[in-house]
Design a protein around this ligand. Structure first.
Ligand SMILES: NC(=O)c1ccc[n+]([C@@H]2O[C@H](COP(=O)([O-])OP(=O)(O)OC[C@H]3O[C@@H](n4cnc5c(N)ncnc54)[C@H](O)[C@@H]3O)[C@@H](O)[C@H]2O)c1
Length: 272
């Protein structure tokens, strides 16, 4: 008699954008490795911080095969070439997490230049679309992997886009950022509808205020986010690992009936 017990919820290949350093993407890459995923591809614009993530994963999980490839998600060609490289190296893409993003300058619309509006949207929204489009193109042509639970359907792929609580509610002086994150939520829902028939799930997470270089980077930003921390019932910043756990759930076959969802991870902020 043989009882097969899956060793990991993540037998496939994980891809993470915005994975450099100590932010949410890096936490997601580390979390995949800790959860037993042994084939992980990471990318970021910043080669130095991407190397830090590589070192952290390799030191803690020497069994993990890592593909490290820096690049700009706002570049029209990059996403397709990155996914081609992942497929050449690992053969497929199962869990894709699109984290690359920027906050933008703290300005009201009348003071915001077209160049700044385009920069934020080209990275946060268009870059997320380019990335997920490349991932979907690969996922539709690969075989599905079995679920952890044989009574459930196999999964051909799962995408998690990192939006924000600011895609649901807004804050002052962030029109381009808030709109870019609302756009990611809308895009996620539309792709979820289109790719359900292919056995692909597309969801997003909407983090609240999370302790990462994006929020801790300078005094001006730290002061700007303090009121949001006070408003949230849990009255603290979240940790990148707390977002990573939500991301991994959505990627896993435990989330087999979760489709087109915008999962808020914000200490209760939007409930107030
Ligand atoms: N920290 C928060 O409070 C918070 C809240 C809600 C949503 N988010 C979102 O979470 C995601 C991760 O942010 P974070 O907080 O970990 O910040 P972070 O700055 O640590 O991570 C963002 C990463 O994206 C990379 N990046 C920026 N532009 C890029 C580009 N053009 N191409 C490729 N990579 C690029 C950066 O180099 C960085 O490593 C972002 O999309 C952000 O908008 C963060």
């Amino acid at each position: 008699m043989s009882t097969s017990i899956a060793k990991t919820l993540f037998p496939g290949v994980a891809v993470v954008t915005g994975a450099g350093g100590t932010g949410i993407g890096a936490a997601v890459a580390r979390a995949f490795a800790a959860a037993g995923c042994e084939r992980i591809a990471i990318t970021d614009l910043n080669e130095v911080t991407l190397e830090q993530t590589k070192q952290a994963v390799a030191a803690a999980h020497p069994n993990v095969r890592l593909l490290v490839h820096p690049g700009n998600v706002a570049d029209d060609q990059f996403a397709d070439s990155f996914i081609d490289k992942v497929v050449q190296y690992f053969g497929r893409v199962d869990y894709a997490v699109n984290c690359a993003g920027v906050l933008g300058q703290p300005l009201r619309s009348a003071e915001t230049s077209v160049a700044e509006f385009d920069r934020v949207n080209n990275i946060n929204y268009r870059g997320c679309w380019l990335s997920s489009r490349a991932q979907l193109k690969q996922m539709v042509r690969q075989d599905a992997l079995p679920s952890h639970d044989s009574s459930r359907s196999p999964q051909r792929g799962a995408i998690v886009n990192v939006a924000s609580q600011l895609g649901i509610v807004s804050r002052p002086s962030a029109p381009a950022y808030c709109a870019s994150k609302s756009a990611v939520i809308g895009m996620t829902r539309s792709d979820a509808i289109d790719y359900s028939k292919d056995g692909i799930r597309v969801n997003c997470v909407c983090p609240g205020v999370i302790e990462t270089p994006m929020t801790m980077g300078n005094t001006e930003i730290r002061e700007a986010i303090t009121p949001a921390i006070e408003i949230a019932p849990m009255k603290r910043m979240g940790k990148p690992e707390e977002v990573a756990d939500a991301v991994l759930f959505l990627c896993s076959t435990k989330a087999s009936f979760v489709q087109g969802h915008a999962m808020v991870v914000d200490g209760g902020y939007i409930t107030v």
